[in-house]
Design a binder for this molecule. Structure first.
Ligand code: DOR
Ligand code: ZN
Length: 347
């Protein structure tokens, strides 16, 4: 890392949690991520979901074809875990270069209907993953309607994560997009087989952002933003220097007509300015010196992949984020669209 008060140069980072959708919409958003990151973990919650090694290989080819000429970007593929994922799919997945499976509790979020109804139904498959060194990426929220939406992550730790860790101790698990102090504490105290990703929105905002001057759909994602005390625990974790915490934007594009709708889809689109947003959060903590490990080392190390070569440079230079960009035939509104950002990724 090299830094001055006006520039920050770090090893090329990766995005360990990303949604790019498919077809024309995908072709609109992939170039933004390819510009910022060397690799990204591609979420499998398409309709229908990516459940087989063969589907993942085809999806990877479509994403690669959307990377602009001259840009060096590698999509890292995942499968969508269901109650019925056969254990022998894991070997095929490994051979196809799939690095992880994603656990969506059924009904927890966007396109999760085909998700897992009871994690014990997947244990033979999880055992195969543990054996092959394939990771499990977890959307950590219970779906029990009796549990308050703001408590669903904390309850998930007791009901699902703790038993899973006991039963499958050497499965590498990423607790994705953590949003609470309970999750930050749980991961910090866990052994080396457990890690977590953190999004820019959960490091920068608390739940007031959803309600400032009216209802703001572009700040609505799942797990939903929490109280300020949780945001503080998350930024502490991200800047702590612990190798267990790393960058995963969860950039989740939805057409603006679907966000600005009576039922607003969950997801913040941040791919256009992800590094700038994270840099702002780290700078506010006086912690820019711990940004490189968070963005460029910890994730690769946890996944057992080589760190990237090459660097990117962020400079302290104000610019205005576009209010909207194209998303196939539709429009897409980035988080903070139309506002001024303090950092800018150099070309
Ligand atoms: O906000 C979210 N958006 N959270 C998720 O878990 C899914 C994602 C999406 O696919 O839109
Ligand atoms: Zn996600």
């Amino acid at each position: 890392m090299s830094s001055s008060t006006t520039t920050l140069t770090i090893t090329r980072p990766d995005d360990w949690h990303l949604h790019v959708r498919d077809e024309a919409a995908m072709r609109s958003v992939v170039p933004y991520t390819a510009r910022q990151f060397g690799r990204a973990i591609i979420m499998p919650n398409l309709r229908p979901p990516v459940t087989t090694a063969e589907q993942a290989a085809h999806y990877r080819a479509r994403i690669r074809a959307a990377v602009p000429e001259g840009m060096d970007f590698e999509p890292l593929m995942t499968l969508y875990l269901t109650d019925l994922t056969p254990a022998d799919e894991i070997k095929r997945a490994k051979d196809a270069g799939v690095v992880a499976l994603k656990l969506y509790p059924a009904g927890a979020t966007t396109n999760s209907d085909a998700g897992v109804t009871d994690i014990r139904k997947t244990y033979r498959t999880l055992e195969a993953m543990q054996k092959e060194g394939i990771l499990l990426l977890v959307h950590g929220e219970v779906t029990d309607p009796a549990i308050d939406v703001f408590d669903r992550e904390a309850v998930f730790i007791d009901r699902v994560m703790a038993p899973l860790r006991r039963d499958m101790p050497e499965l590498k698990v990423v607790f994705e997009h953590i949003t609470t102090k309970e999750a930050a504490q749980y991961v910090a105290a866990a052994d080396r087989y457990t890690a977590a990703t953190l999004t820019p929105q959960h490091l920068l905002y608390n739940r007031n952002a959803i309600f400032t001057g009216g209802l703001r759909p572009h700040y609505y994602c799942l797990p939903v933003l929490k109280r300020e005390e949780h945001r503080q625990a998350l930024i502490q974790a991200a800047t702590s220097g612990s190798p267990k915490f790393f960058l995963g934007t969860d950039s989740a594009p939805h057409a603006s007509v679907m966000k600005e709708n009576s039922v607003c889809g969950a997801g913040c689109f941040t791919a256009l300015s992800a590094l700038e947003l994270y840099a702002e959060a780290f700078e506010a903590m006086g912690a820019l010196d711990s940004f490189e490990a968070f963005a460029s080392f910890n994730g690769a190390d946890f996944y057992g992949l080589p760190r990237n070569s090459g660097t990117i440079t962020l400079s302290k230079q104000e610019w205005t984020l576009p209010e909207a960009v194209a998303f196939g035939d539709a429009q897409l509104k980035p988080l903070r669209g139309g506002e001024t950002l303090a950092w800018r990724l150099e070309a």
